[in-house]
Design a protein around this ligand. Structure first.
Ligand SMILES: [Zn+2]
Length: 413
């Protein structure tokens, strides 16, 4: 607990206090707080990453809520940096417009719209567009590019204002926003206010089942308050006068679901996809503690194997560096307690180079440091990208360097 955070004591979706700690992850500094040299003396507090299961609705969540103004008001991330994401949004708009066939000139609104990558595509389909994004600097970029964007957090009050000034929305989208907000109930009420009678809310979130099955526990960090699945969503939307009528799985961000929601008793039939995913979740016990306790035990084994390997290598005088300076890496380094082994971390993003890692202040350098310092081992901290990282660093391997991939099973290559 810290003055910049508060700890809630009930479920973010159903308000139940019947919560069970299922993943006791190590406390961590804020995942994206890579800092410049002149900030090294400023203390970076660690916040709890304990992850709880709601025994009533099945929602999985962290309870420590860091003030979003600290995390998001100058968010580093701008969508256009990633070409893959741009193509994702182009397809997304095409699929949503194709499926929902909104009338020309109707309003499409995006919550957490970033610099407007999705809205640009809706606009080219002939829709009016409006973005809402809390990051002032990014909202300014979007407005300058001709995508009207309100720099604020979305809630029911703002939704009422928008409805007055812009009218009801045929499409409201929110991508990876439902993982970030502590006030989902207020958000859902705002969406209900804003939707036209046949309007649809489309959202995409990382899917809890993929997180569990692919061991991507390192996507648990303070920005991601919730780890969503279909069962808790169904009762949540119902409670807020909405209806989840269709869900699709996709490969975005290592495994996501895209949900389609209408007003309660809306015009669309509920597709079989909802029942199918509910059945799948029930079959693996995604709303029960055991699947998470098993995941935690597996992570403990992987952590111990990695620690033993790194200690042995250090004892032999080997030099070790990390690869990848992302938010996920912060959780991995804190929970696996491996920071002390790294001389530095390499990252390909020039905006990360020259900074220091959250909490442990490991220097982040460019690839040229590998050629200069010739470390014996690289631990691929961004392990989900192990294949492209190793491909792009063949020269290092040809000179005798070796890669350690920590997950999903420890490998030395
Ligand atoms: Zn709940």
């Amino acid at each position: 607990m810290n003055s910049n955070s508060h700890r809630r004591d009930n479920c973010r979706l159903c308000q139940s206090k019947n919560l069970k700690l299922v993943l006791p992850l190590k406390p961590s500094a804020l995942a994206d707080s890579y800092i410049p040299a002149d900030k090294l003396s400023v203390e970076q507090p660690r916040y709890s990453l304990d992850t709880y299961l709601c025994l009533d609705c099945g929602h999985v969540q962290i309870l420590e809520v860091v003030d979003p103004r600290i995390m998001f008001s100058h968010y580093l991330y701008v969508t256009s940096v990633s070409l893959g994401l741009l193509e994702h949004f182009r397809q997304y708009a095409e699929e949503v417009v194709g499926a929902l066939r909104p009338a020309a000139g109707s309003l499409a609104m995006d919550i957490g719209s970033n610099e407007g990558a999705l809205l640009k595509n809706f606009k080219s389909h002939g829709l009016r567009v409006l973005g809402v994004d809390a990051a002032q600097n990014i909202a300014a970029l979007a407005n300058a590019a001709g995508i009207e964007t309100i720099a604020d957090f979305f809630n029911a009050d703002l939704a009422r204002d928008i409805k007055k000034t812009h009218g009801a929305a045929s499409i409201v989208t929110a991508n990876n926003v439902f993982a970030h907000s502590d006030v989902l109930a207020d958000m859902a009420d705002g969406i209900r206010e804003l939707l036209s009678d046949d309007g649809v809310f489309v959202f995409e979130v990382v899917y809890l089942l993929d997180l569990v099955q692919q061991l991507t526990f390192d996507t648990i960090y303070h920005e991601h308050l919730s780890h969503h699945s279909v069962k808790p969503f169904q009762s949540f939307f119902r409670k807020h006068g909405l209806e989840l009528f269709h869900v699709e799985r996709n490969r975005s961000k290592g495994g996501s679901i895209r949900g389609f929601v209408q007003l309660a008793n809306g015009p669309r039939p509920v597709s079989s996809s909802v029942g199918e995913l509910l059945a799948l979740e029930a079959s693996v016990g995604l709303d029960k503690p055991k699947i998470f306790q098993d995941l935690f035990a597996r992570l403990e084994n992987l952590k111990n194997d990695l620690l033993n390997l790194l200690r042995d290598l250090k004892a032999q005088g080997r030099t070790i560096v990390g690869y990848g300076a992302s938010a996920s890496v912060t959780t991995l380094v804190h929970h696996f307690e491996i920071a002390e082994f790294f001389d530095f971390i390499v990252d390909d993003d020039p905006r990360r180079q020259g900074l220091y890692s959250p909490g442990f202040h490991i220097p982040v350098l460019s690839k040229t440091a590998l050629a200069e310092k010739k470390p014996d081992y690289i631990v691929v901290l961004a392990w989900q990208y192990a294949a492209p990282i190793m491909r792009n660093n063949q020269g290092y391997a040809e000179q005798g360097g070796r890669f350690i991939v920590p997950l999903p099973g420890l490998k030395v290559i």
